[in-house]
Ligand binder design. Structure first.
Ligand code: BES
Ligand code: ZN
Ligand code: ZN
Length: 493
């Protein structure tokens, strides 16, 4: 399934059978009214909008019959001027709610071509459903083939190309993240990423267990040693001829997180196939950056393992050694994300990039702090500001948590350099995760300065949408923050 075809048409001509025509609904002096539109609406003149259930609420949509066997789709557009984010979300809602039509015509006014483009972006991102695992029963279907905006503000070919590249990368992320752990395991994730990168200008290296041992990646090996399906590290590189800056992306890629011997309760274990979202997101972003030929060098490090229980799994109290030489006392095998990222951040740091961002479904606590629509962001202030700026540009939500250094001593270890958790502690768990990761960036473990800007994005609450779809976000894997990463590469490149 790919995105529908997008077109603009300067004028409305006639109603076509089986086609949906989107008409805005707003309020004037507290009364529901049809908003500005270039679609013929004389047939709606006598309709009691309230009576037929129409609402001005953003994203609400009611269908009425239109001439020639066509359909009016009365879309709530709120009462305030529409922002770009609103338009993107409306595009998403249109794609989802009118998915049963092959052709949709949108009669929303746009003031320039970037507004038309953002509606298209919403359509491309919103037209996604996960049906791969439906067998005899039929899942929701997207029949949408063409979406036409009636407007003379036609986006340039380059803008449309960018939309399709971004949507494809978000789709790739969602497809990978939605896969059950049965089918997606370290080797198959690594291979899927390699296949997706082929022909895009991104080179791929896959390190197997032997190589992981040779390279001293004790974190990834420790977490992966309990599974019959061994861990992997994937290094993706995009090296354009132009561009002086180097961005490193590090992703948590736990293909299933049982918790290991510090096992999760059954209810908490559900959904833990999403624990590889960070790795999928950084891979998809790297591919998009390469396809867009952005002038910045990008290296992505995917830290991939399956966190299982077996006779070979790591035990609580084991001590492992990360790539940077730091020893870690594993008090809780369920805090495994930080163990694999310790290696990834160390490796990334060795190349002395200008900027490192790691992306991880790291802590359940981030959902308690921020709810389900904001990712937690921490790290060096300058880096956090850049990521926040990038997220704002593309309409994704992040919220900063402090690097509260007074919590760092909670993870002092009596026997190793650091512990992965403080047992029994419920205070600031997301922050402690960030403080732990900080130790593996640049020369920080030694207390020496480095020239790396680092940010950590905790996407544990936003990777997966268990509620109803909204805006451009479907049910299940969201693919959120892939576009933020691409925008970040644009800003710092
Ligand atoms: N993968 C989980 C985090 C998670 C929890 C993601 C819920 C999505 C939804 C992570 O590996 C984990 O288990 N973290 C622990 C850390 C704790 C032991 C400090 C957690 O959040 O409970
Ligand atoms: Zn865990
Ligand atoms: Zn995890």
């Amino acid at each position: 399934m790919t995105s529908p075809k997008m077109a603009t048409s300067a004028k409305f001509t006639t109603f076509n059978k089986n086609t949906a025509y989107v008409i805005p609904v707003t309020k004037k002096s507290d009364k529901l009214v049809i908003g500005e539109t270039n679609i013929e609406i004389s047939d709606l003149a006598g309709v009691d909008l309230v009576g037929v259930g129409v609402s001005a609420e953003l994203e609400s949509l009611v269908r009425l019959s239109a001439p020639n066997g066509a359909t009016y789709a009365l879309l709530g557009v709120g009462t305030k001027p529409l922002t770009k984010d609103d338009l993107r979300n409306l595009g998403g809602a249109i794609a989802r709610k009118l998915a049963s039509f092959k052709d949709v015509v949108i009669g929303l006014p746009t003031s320039d071509s970037s507004e038309t483009a953002v509606i298209f972006e919403g359509v491309a991102l919103g037209s996604y459903v996960h049906t791969k695992y439906k067998g005899l029963t039929k899942g929701a279907e997207i029949k949408l083939q063409t979406v036409t905006v009636i407007s003379s503000n036609k986006p340039a070919a380059a803008a449309l190309n960018q939309i399709s590249i971004l949507a494809e990368s978000v789709r790739l992320t969602r497809d990978l993240v939605n896969m059950p752990g049965l089918d997606l395991y370290p080797e198959s994730l690594a291979k899927a990423v390699q296949a997706a990168a082929k022909g895009t200008g991104v080179t791929t290296q896959i390190w197997n267990e032997e190589r992981l041992a040779k390279e001293g990646l004790g974190g990834i090996l420790g977490v992966g040693q309990g599974s019959s399906r061994g861990p992997r590290l994937v290094k993706l590189e995009y090296k354009p001829k132009v561009g002086k800056r180097h961005l490193a992306l590090v992703g948590k890629g736990i293909t299933f997180d049982t918790g290991g011997f510090s096992m999760k309760a059954p209810l908490n274990m559900l959904g833990m196939n999403f624990d590889m979202t960070g790795a999928a997101s950084v891979a998809a972003a790297t591919i998009a950056i390469a396809k867009l030929q952005l002038p910045i060098r990008v290296t992505a490090w995917l830290c991939i393992a399956e966190n299982m229980v077996s006779g070979t799994a790591q035990r609580p109290n084991d001590v492992i050694k990360a790539r940077n030489g730091m020893t870690i006392e594993v008090l809780n095998t369920d805090a495994e994300g930080r163990l694999v990222l310790a290696d990834g951040l160390s490796l990334a740091s060795e190349e002395k990039p200008d900027f490192i961002i790691d992306v991880a479904t790291l802590t359940g606590a981030v959902q308690i702090a921020l709810g389900t629509r904001h990712a937690g962001i921490m790290g060096d202030q300058e880096a956090v500001d850049e990521v926040r700026g990038a997220a704002e540009e593309v309409g994704e939500l992040v919220w900063q948590l402090p690097m509260a250094s007074e919590l760092r001593s909670l993870i002092d270890s009596e026997i190793a350099d650091i512990a992965n958790v403080k047992m029994g502690n419920t205070t600031g768990q997301t922050i402690i995760g960030g403080l732990f990761l900080n130790e593996f960036v640049g020369n920080r473990a030694k207390g020496e300065p480095d020239n790396i800007k680092w940010a950590h994005l905790d996407i544990a609450a936003t990777a997966h949408n268990e509620g109803s779809p909204y805006g451009v976000v479907p049910k299940g894997a969201t693919g959120s923050y892939v576009r933020t990463l691409v925008a970040l590469a644009k800003r710092i490149g």
